[in-house]
Unconditional design. Structure first.
Length: 291
């Protein structure tokens, strides 16, 4: 399968096609692009609040698109989502932005909502940038933290329970999927390349339903708000839950305490000119490595 892509300022963003969540990521970035955010959008508390409000509303609309993450070999429902990610589809993107206002109390129907289940947290991600410029953004998952809870003594592999993700899809909640169909996923491995080829961002994450907003905000933090890659990843994230409420992550790096719930983890390598900046998320004590 070919990656999905959009133009974002001086960059082209490439991400995984459906049933992975690359189209949702590009939908979010395309909508946010129209608000013309800059470094000043995060310069004062009042501007922070306004900026995060528009991000939160965009995430609500993105949540309404998740039902379209189908396997393109078995369904054409998700083709409507691709029209939102295409840069040429300005009318549809403008219509979404026009429905984002200063209110934040619209009913779920305002966001074209379809109830979807939560996804789980048995995912890993690695971002690699080689000295010859080759880049790899790879996400893998066994779905639940210990997959199907079945261990193969022959291979040493813990078997996944990835098919349970069909339970999160309204189209398959009562009907078994056909043989060979891939379930929807929140995985969003992505690579950004500047027009002149001198700058790259290799990025992706783990954390179930938190992956999409975490990766989207990492990219927005770097490209729109001018953050370095470490600050872009460390910044608190927003997440829209299944009831269309907003969950706000507290500043984990300011208050060291025992975490009682699963966190997103983003891994990225940024190249700006000759300089490389790798960063592995501290939310799970990650460390970058190189040679």
């Amino acid at each position: 399968m070919s990656p999905v892509n959009i133009s974002l300022g001086e960059y082209t963003v490439y991400s995984a096609p459906r049933p992975a969540a690359g189209p949702i990521l590009l939908f979010i970035l395309n909508v946010l692009k129209g608000f013309n955010f800059t470094k000043e959008s995060m310069s004062t508390p009042s501007q922070n609040a306004e900026t995060y409000h528009y991000i939160a509303e965009t995430l609500k609309f993105a949540n309404g698109q998740r039902v379209k993450l189908d396997d393109p070999l078995f369904s054409r429902t998700g083709e409507a989502l691709l029209s939102f990610t295409a840069s040429r589809s300005l009318v549809k993107l403008i219509q979404v932005r026009q429905r984002i206002d200063e209110r934040g109390d619209h009913p779920a129907s305002h966001y074209d909502a379809v109830q979807v289940g939560k996804t789980s947290f048995g995912t890993s991600h690695v971002s690699v940038l080689a000295e010859d410029g080759s880049a790899v953004s790879a996400t893998s998952t066994i779905n639940y933290p210990f997959g199907s809870m079945v261990y193969s003594p022959q291979t040493g592999i813990i078997l996944n329970n990835e098919l349970s993700d069909f339970c999160c899809s309204p189209s398959h909640s009562l009907v078994p999927p056909p043989i060979g169909e891939m379930p929807p996923s929140s995985m969003t491995p992505s690579i950004l390349i500047s027009r002149d080829g001198q700058s790259k961002l290799v990025v992706g994450g783990s954390g179930g339903q938190l992956i999409i907003p975490a990766v989207a905000l990492t990219i927005a933090n770097k490209l729109f708000f001018g953050y370095d890659v470490d600050k872009a990843i460390k910044a608190p994230i927003l997440c829209v839950d299944s009831s269309y409420g907003i969950e706000v992550e507290k500043s984990f790096d300011k208050v060291r305490r025992t975490i009682q719930w699963s966190l997103n983890v983003v891994q990225a390598v940024s190249k700006d000119g000759p300089c490389l900046f790798p960063y592995s998320d501290l939310r799970k004590n990650g460390q970058a490595s190189g040679y």
